[in-house]
Write a protein that binds this ligand. Structure first.
Ligand code: UDX
Ligand code: UDX
Length: 443
């Protein structure tokens, strides 16, 4: 059992902490958001993530999972400290590392205090958040400058690969664990930490580990933009992008995953990581044009949905448009960089009347667009609507009674931004339906 501290109890930090407790470690999670910590102490989840509540409750009950607002307390009590605070984008698209820096400084200050009480101190400080390559060097430099002599520490990088909606499973059954270390001592600690998890562990240096994260996320974003570019070609020639993707995916060298065409990628990682990687490359003298194109295609996919709406409805002014799905993907209430937000913004700009529904993400969306009409179910959205746009592939949308929906709508238009509905059935019912890269709108 290791004594582990996690700074930042967000999507990544809280899942990581609860999972470490689940596999037998003693864990303390710190966050500077007092309300979040108060909720967690009361066993209320600050966001929705499947399976999380169960393991948080279990960890707390078994006295293996604790919460605090104090980095000082966390530094005192844990041997290994993971930094999992946000690394958002700055206005020009760089990674904002100020939270990582602040936390590093606070840990150093806590170590200084601790040194007054204890003779020998060792801490392993680990980057968990997605950070640009060379961040580890800054963390080390900062700690070197601010910790007193006699405090022994190592730094390491252990990037997360947790998808929202399946984060707990991704932690417990990962494809691989990537760890960047500087010496054998740190390596041994990680071997002990991850012993219960059956997965290949890739040990490397810190810079390579940092790069693996950015390179992986950018590559996945590239795969999505690639298939979205192919989807545009499919629409123009009347081919079916899903069949094209399926045919490509059977080639093991390509693989089936992340070849779903749609409204483009969103979320707290891909958009920010691609952008940060482009900026980092520029700073070190490389112009990453390939990734610039990935970003461009992703933005265009969102506009394409509005173009389709115009093709169906002619003018959007005054039209009643129903949006089904607000989160950036299913099984989460997260709307960060969600395609729905951009699409709603454009539709609002064209003076369309917008009604919407999402099983989990309405509260978060209300904070950004309080003026929209939020409905209690998809049927209320359909009532007197001229067009329904599906933007998130929630399971419950697949099971809708489309016969009833058709009766409720004023005009029977459907845009399936994720190609997930039973198109044949819907078209047979008399809807005008279009997907992305299949079923183009007939002129
Ligand atoms: C974040 C990063 O954005 C991502 O790049 C990384 O891979 C993992 O961490 P996420 O966990 O989704 O992703 O962010 P979020 O849910 O916003 O959680 C960050 C937490 O850190 C918040 O709870 C916030 O209150 C906390 N925080 C932030 C601190 O405790 N201290 C700070 O100084 C800043
Ligand atoms: C991502 C990484 O996958 C994960 O390893 C970690 O680094 C955090 O960031 P996450 O953002 O939670 O996870 O979701 P993910 O499932 O990767 O989807 C990201 C976006 O891409 C979503 O908007 C999704 O709808 C979109 N997507 C995904 C597609 O448009 N097509 C696909 O084929 C797959």
């Amino acid at each position: 059992m290791k004594r582990i501290g996690i700074v930042g109890a967000g999507h990544v930090g809280l899942v990581t902490g609860a999972c470490f407790a689940k596999i037998g470690h003693w864990v303390i999670c710190a966050d500077n958001d007092e309300e979040k910590i108060r909720k967690l102490k009361n066993l209320e989840m600050p966001f929705y993530e499947p399976k999380l509540e169960e393991i948080v409750k279990e960890g707390v009950k078994n006295k293996r999972l604790f919460f605090t607002t104090s980095i000082k307390e966390l530094t005192e009590k844990s041997e290994v400290i993971f930094i999992a605070v946000g690394t958002p984008s700055t206005s020009d698209g760089r990674a904002d590392l100020s939270y990582v820096e602040n936390v590093t400084v606070e840990i150093a200050e806590a170590l200084r205090e601790l040194k007054k009480k204890k003779k020998s101190i060792y801490r392993l400080i680990v980057e968990k958040s997605t950070v640009p390559v060379l961040t580890g060097e800054w963390v080390k430099k900062t700690l070197n400058l601010l910790t007193p002599t006699g405090v022994d520490f190592d730094i390491a990088a252990n990037p997360e690969f947790l998808r929202e909606g399946s984060a707990v499973d991704d932690f417990m059954k990962p494809d691989r664990i990537v760890i960047g270390v500087e010496n054998e001592k740190s390596k041994k600690i990680f071997e002990e930490i991850y012993a219960p998890i059956k997965a290949p562990i890739i040990f490397t240096d810190i810079k390579s580990a940092e790069l693996i994260k950015h390179a992986s996320n950018s590559f996945l974003a590239l795969k999505i933009s690639y298939i979205n570019a192919i989807s545009q070609i499919c629409e123009k020639v009347g081919a079916d992008v899903e069949k094209v993707a399926e045919g490509m995916g059977y080639d093991k060298r390509i693989g089936k995953e992340f070849l779903k065409a749609g409204v483009g990628y969103g979320g707290s990682c891909f958009p920010k990581d691609v952008s940060a990687f482009i900026h980092l490359a520029k700073e070190i003298g490389y112009s990453f044009n390939l990734l610039k194109e990935v970003e461009k295609i992703n933005k265009e996919q969102r506009k394409l949905i509005v173009k389709k709406a115009r093709q169906f409805l002619w003018n959007l002014k005054g039209k009643r448009i129903g949006i089904l799905g607000l989160s950036f993907k299913p099984n989460t209430d997260d709307i960060r960089e969600s395609p729905a937000l951009d699409i709603i913004k454009i539709l609002k700009g064209e003076k369309a009347e917008i009604k919407c529904y999402d099983p989990k993400a309405m509260e978060n969306t209300k904070k950004i667009f309080p003026e929209l009409e939020y409905c209690e179910n998809p049927y209320k959205v359909a009532e007197k609507s001229d067009l329904l746009i599906f933007l998130t592939e929630w399971e419950e949308f697949k099971k809708l009674d489309f016969k009833k929906i058709k009766e409720l709508m004023r005009m029977p238009y459907i845009i399936d931004g994720r190609n997930f509905l039973d198109a044949e059935k819907i078209i047979k019912m008399g809807f005008y339906y279009t997907g992305v890269g299949k079923y183009p709108i007939k002129k």
